[in-house]
Write a protein that binds this ligand. Sequence first.
Ligand code: GLY
Length: 364
Amino acid sequence: MKIIIIGAGVAGLAIAWRMARNGTEVLVLDRAQPARGATYASAGMIAVTAETAGAATSEAEFALRSRALWPEFAKELEAISGINISFREDGALIVPASSTEAERLQRQARGGGAEYLTRKETLARAPMLAPDIEGALWAPRDAQVDNRALGPALTNAAIRAGAKLSANEAAVRVEQGASGELVVLSAFRIHRADAVVLAAGAWSGQIGGLAENLPIRPVKGEMLALAPPAPNALPVPLLWGHGIYLVPRNDQLFVGATVEEAGFDTGLSNGARRWLLERAQALVPCLRDWPIREHWAGLRPGTADGLPIIGETGTPGLFLAGGQYRNGILFAPALAEAVERLINKQKVADEIAAFSPGRFDRPV
Ligand code: GLY
C-alpha cells in the first residue's frame, strides 16, 4: 500500500514514522520545511489537565490515551533519531485568578488526576509565584517536550523508517483517479496513492479538489520567550494563570499565548506583547526584570466545535488528521495510532467516532 501524507508537522510526521516502520510506502509532502509551522511555534505542552477542563468527554479520553503513549513514544523516538527531545513529566500548577475559577479548579481536583493545593503548598512548589495567590491546582500528569527538537527527531525517524519527504512541495489539489486511486497534484508533479492523509494543520482547508472547504481555520497565537537574569532560575513545573501559561524550556521561559482570529496573518503586535507580559508579571512578579529574547506567532488548526477531525472522508481513501487546535503535540501519538488503524480498516478507540469528518452540516 502507498499513502501520501500532506503536511510534515508533528501529526503528519508521527503518522509517517509509524506507518513506514510497519511496512507502508509513505510519501510526505510539505508546503515548506518539516515541523516549522505550529509544531515549531507551539510551547510543546502535553497539557492533559490544563487543556481539557471543560472539554468534551471524547476529547478528554483521547487526551488521556495519548498522554499514556507519550513516555514510550519519546523514548523510542530518541533512541531511533539520536535526538534529545527533553520529554519532561514535571507537572503543572494552575493558579486561579478569581474565586469562581478557584471553585472550578477545586471541582476539577475532585474529578481525579489532580490535587488542589493551599497557598503555602503552592508556593513551596513554585516560590516565584505572586505571594497573594489563594492556592492552585496541581496537575502531576501535565508534561512537556522540546517541540523544536521534536520536529527534527520525527523527521529523522520517519526517514530512517523508509518514509520519503518532499519539502517545499505544496499539494494544491486532491482528486480521485480513474481506477479509484487518489491523485495529489503539486506545482511540480502528479502523485498517486491508495490513501491520502490531510495533516496540513491550519492549511488543511487550502487544498483544492476533494479537500476544498474543509472546516478547519487558523487561530493565531503569539508567544514570547524571556531570559532569566542571573541569579534567577526557571520554575520547574509549568505555570498557568491569568489566561496565560509559562513553560520553562532550556534557558528560557516561554510565555503563551494569545488566541486571535486573524486569518493567516502571523504578524507580531505590540498589543499582544503587552497582553502577554502583563499577565505573566501578574502571575510571577519578578518577570518584570526578565528581558524578551523572542516574540513569534503560529497558527493553530481550529474547528467549529473545537474537536479534532480524524477519520475517512466521504471519498474512500481520503483521511483527515486535523483540527487539533491547542493540542497538536499532546495528541500526536494517539492520532498516529488511530490514523494507521483507520487506514488499515482496524478497530479504533470508541472516542474516535466523535471526531468523524462526516459530523458537519456540509460533510467532507
Ligand atoms: N496549547 C497551547 C496553545 O495553543 O496556546
